[in-house]
Design a protein around this ligand. Structure first.
Ligand SMILES: [Zn+2]
Length: 464
């Protein structure tokens, strides 16, 4: 007897043996996976005795994808910062836009983002930059309702800068240290661990916006509460200069010096690092979130992922944000990650599709400290599972479910999404929220935000 019985298709388990089961089956009960195997063997126990039977023939069945770096508040300003490098991208576009959000805008943007993530196979995410302005409570409520698994990283800052420049954060986003710390603690008490799906982390802003003392306080508090910390680091070359000039250190030496390394730390981007720094990350068990679309679009450089993996660093994958990617499609991001490593190393064998899938599943789970619960299809794990329809011209013949998934599939091929043992999307219909209503709300609110910020979309051709 099972609540849900998935039968047929290729099961990419990403279990400890990395088994791929042809014509496989998975049974789910009380939110957990209770059986995985060949369909013909599991059918006798579950086919006639399950509440819901899902036909997965002509589908790839795999663990839900884990997006290790998401800015949910940026979904509603997609495409509004084009053709600029990181600092003007933040200063002239993203911060003024986000600095004009209301709490309802923040919630609508988060819902829009989560719908997009579910529809492209993401079941768990790490949100890396919530400010009070976006209404953190409302975003947690939206997460609870939509049924995803998410870690909400709440910003803390105490000076309004970013590395190379001072006083550049938009006034609408400036907060005191007390506001940030207080809300992290409030959110922790109210939401952390709720339903086993919602978690709260510290997400300090980058150096320049946070003093060394505050970083140390965050590190101590995170340790005390047993929660994680995520921060952007060494995203652009200017960051290296900043650390050298102000601290006489390399970026990773700096985070080591303030104590922000270890198994509860996820550093995002980590593009401009040398071999010694990669060694520190590996030795301390510090995780890296790789966001190739963003790095390429903003011309920032590209994280040496293949080298990091070889050195033993745990690297996951992220889509980053609406104005930097410009979508939240992890299947597309897997391809871009693979292509990027081949390009910078001028070696098509430097990374395999198997490694890329690990980044988007088990590595992400490990980075979030959830490796015992999610990331693979194994008995005892929580049932976060997606079905990818391969009966499509771009996926037939199905010679190789692994490379087809990374190099040929698209987010839109995701057919059904199960999170925590509940069907959240079936045949591309979201079951937990009203998608159409949220799209209408986002269309309206998005145009109001850009009007208030006084920023127009950059279209170089005449719109008549
Ligand atoms: Zn980011």
């Amino acid at each position: 007897m099972a609540d849900i019985y998935i039968r047929g298709g290729f099961i990419i388990t990403v279990d400890s043996e990395r088994r791929i089961i042809r014509d496989g089956a998975v049974a789910i009960e009380n939110g957990k996976i209770i059986a995985v195997g060949k369909r013909e063997e599991l059918d006798k126990d579950f086919k006639e005795h399950s509440e819901k039977v899902i036909d997965a023939s002509r589908k790839i069945v795999m663990p839900g994808l884990i997006d290790l770096h998401v800015h949910m508040a940026q979904a509603m300003i997609r495409g509004m910062a084009q053709y600029v490098r990181l600092i003007p991208w933040l200063k002239d576009y993203v911060w003024p836009l986000q600095g004009n959000y209301t709490k309802e805008d923040g919630k609508t943007s988060a819902l829009l983002c989560m719908i997009e993530m579910i529809k492209s196979g993401t079941t768990t995410f790490l949100e890396v930059g919530l400010s009070g302005r976006y209404g953190v409570e409302g975003i947690a409520e939206a997460l609870e309702k939509i049924g995803m698994r998410g870690v909400l990283g709440r910003h803390v800052m105490d000076t309004p800068g970013y590395a190379t420049e001072e006083n550049i954060i938009h006034s609408g986003l400036v907060e005191t240290k007390e506001e940030g710390m207080k809300e992290v603690l409030y959110m922790y008490q109210r939401w952390h661990g709720k339903h086993g799906r919602i978690f709260v982390w510290f997400a300090p802003r980058t150096p320049g916006a946070v003093s060394v003392e505050t970083y140390r306080e965050i590190v101590a508090k995170a340790k005390e509460l047993g929660i994680g910390i995520t921060m952007h680091l060494a995203e652009v070359r200017e960051d290296v200069e900043y650390f050298k000039k102000n601290f006489g250190m390399r970026p990773v030496e700096f985070v080591k010096w303030i104590g922000m390394v270890g198994s509860n730390v996820v550093l995002a981007h980590v593009v401009w690092v040398n071999d010694e720094e990669i060694g520190i990350l590996a030795k301390t068990g510090t995780h890296v979130a790789h966001n190739p679309s963003c790095n390429m679009k903003l011309g920032s450089g590209l994280t040496p992922v293949a080298k990091m993996l070889r050195a033993g660093v745990n690297v996951g994958l992220g889509c980053d944000g609406g104005p930097s990617n410009d979508n939240y499609d992890m299947i597309e991001e897997m391809k871009i990650a693979a292509l990027g490593q081949s390009l910078i190393n001028m070696d098509p064998a430097v990374i395999t599709a198997e490694k890329i899938i690990e980044m988007a599943t088990v590595n992400g789970a490990k980075a979030l400290g959830l490796e015992r619960e999610i990331g693979s299809i194994e008995v005892g794990k929580k049932a976060d599972i997606i079905l990818v329809d391969y009966w499509k011209p771009h996926l037939i013949p199905m010679f190789n479910p692994i490379t087809h998934l990374v190099y040929a599939a698209q987010g839109q091929d995701v057919d059904t999404v199960i999170i925590d043992g509940k069907v959240v999307m079936e045949h591309r219909k979201i079951l937990t929220v009203d998608e159409e209503k949220i799209l209408e709300e986002a269309e309206k609110r998005g145009f109001n935000v850009i009007r208030r910020a006084g920023i127009k979309p950059k279209i170089n051709w005449p719109v008549i």
